[in-house]
Write a protein that binds this ligand. Structure first.
Ligand SMILES: Nc1nc2c(ncn2[C@@H]2O[C@H](COP(=O)(O)OP(=O)(O)OP(=O)(O)O)[C@@H](O)[C@H]2O)c(=O)[nH]1
Ligand SMILES: [Mg+2]
Length: 380
């Protein structure tokens, strides 16, 4: 055994006093004979006797310590904090509630040490993995949908797992991490650009002691977190999809005004001329708020005016290509609806590219790299 510490096990805790001795003993049994290690609990000021429980364990000789945070709350930032104070060559992150079997630590470590994997996950969903039978249909469906939504971001079957490990030197710079909610493993996996993640099957047991902290608010946060990760991994494609969704809702609003104004007695030309404005304003607002959140916050009126102007050009392209196709191309003379689709796509493609570069201008590179504004948002 060399002098350098091999493994740091980082465990976020909130009111886990009953589980702290159990998980520490379990890790000791499994890892103690195999390599040098430390266990780091990162506790958010539970004040339930966790600190005292850790000092008893220290007296018993366990290589364990507890970091108590009083200014901050949240699982993800707790994990980041723990990793930042860790000394081991390898990091394993796991829950305190005994859901994650300590027996899987060594197989995970061996995959990392041998270089077979650069990121390793304890997985419920690979062959040999399982979870307690009594998951209700709602919980199961919830977990499955959340997992499917994350699959394009990485090539593993259980990207939601809170049981994961990697070599400490591969930990991404903390200012690049902006975890929102619980899924810190997914955040590190995506932002760390790990090339070869692998899974070790585990049986995931339901907690025996203490209470779950997972609630509906957390699930909404997860969706927002996913949006960030998609934007990080596939910037243009994810912006295009959001731009398209905003455009779709804008189209519905346009139609609503168009029909209602006619019902109110306006001619269809007048209705068309007026309905454009709420729709284009809607699109501008939601693209500023959602699609291009991280762009320069130019003056609202100036940005709105340039969005309206470029949308006008987009409309000319849309309508112009429709006219050209239906006037001169035999196929489209017969099939006008596909020509309309081509026009819409051309207009939207043009609008998207111009919006991306000119209307919602990117931040300068230095600002992006130094940006820590929402790196550690308050959670829960
Ligand atoms: N430091 C810190 N740890 C937290 C916080 N919320 C949860 N944890 C810990 O993170 C781990 C996972 O939390 P759980 O509540 O077990 O979440 P879960 O596994 O999704 O849900 P259940 O197992 O059903 O309770 C546990 O060790 C918790 O004690 C927090 O705000 N701060
Ligand atoms: Mg749990």
């Amino acid at each position: 055994m060399s002098d350098a510490l091999k493994l740091s096990v980082v465990i976020p805790t909130y009111k886990e006093v009953l589980n702290i001795p159990l998980i520490t003993q379990k890790i000791g049994e499994v890892v103690g004979q195999h390599c040098s290690y430390e266990v780091i609990f990162v506790d958010d000021n539970s004040q339930d006797g966790s600190v005292e429980a850790v000092s008893v364990l220290q007296q018993q000789g366990y290589p364990v310590r507890i970091e108590v945070r009083t200014q901050e709350r949240g699982l993800s930032t707790a994990v980041i904090h723990g990793i930042s104070t860790a000394q081991g060559e390898y990091i394993i992150v796991m829950d305190a509630d005994l859901s994650h079997p300590a027996e899987a630590i060594l197989p995970m470590l061996s995959k990392l040490e041998s270089g077979v994997a650069d990121f390793c996950v304890g997985s419920r969903y690979v062959k040999g993995g399982s979870f307690d039978e009594d998951w209700g249909i709602f919980r199961l469906l919830n977990s499955k949908i959340a997992t499917w939504l994350a699959l394009p971001l990485c090539s593993i079957k259980d990207p939601m797992s809170g049981f994961f490990g990697f070599q400490r030197s591969h930990f991404p710079k903390t200012h690049l991490l902006s975890p929102l909610g619980y899924k810190i493993g997914l955040e590190i996996l995506v932002k760390g650009r790990f090339k070869n993640p692998q899974e070790v099957p585990i049986h995931f047991s339901d907690r025996q002691h203490g209470e779950s902290k997972l609630d509906l608010k957390e699930q909404v946060r997860y969706l927002r977190h996913l949006r960030r990760l998609y934007t990080f991994k596939f910037p243009a494609a994810s912006e295009f999809v959001q731009f398209g969704l905003v455009g779709g809702t804008g189209f519905l609003l346009d139609s609503l005004f168009y029909f209602c104004l006619q019902l109110a007695g306006l001619t269809h030309d007048m209705a068309r001329a007026i309905s454009f404005w709420p729709a284009v304003t809607w699109n501008w607002f939601w693209n500023r708020t959602i699609t291009f959140t991280d762009r320069k916050k130019d003056s609202k009126f100036k940005q709105w005016a340039s969005f309206v102007t470029t949308s006008g050009f987009g409309f000319v392209l849309n309508f112009g290509s429709y006219k050209l196709l239906t006037d001169y191309v035999p196929f489209f003379m017969e099939h006008k609806y596909p020509a309309l689709m081509v026009g819409v796509l051309m207009g939207m493609g043009f609008n998207f590219m111009v919006a991306r570069v000119l209307v919602f201008r990117p931040l300068e590179k230095e600002v992006l790299e130094g940006d820590t504004t929402d790196s550690f948002p308050e959670q829960k």
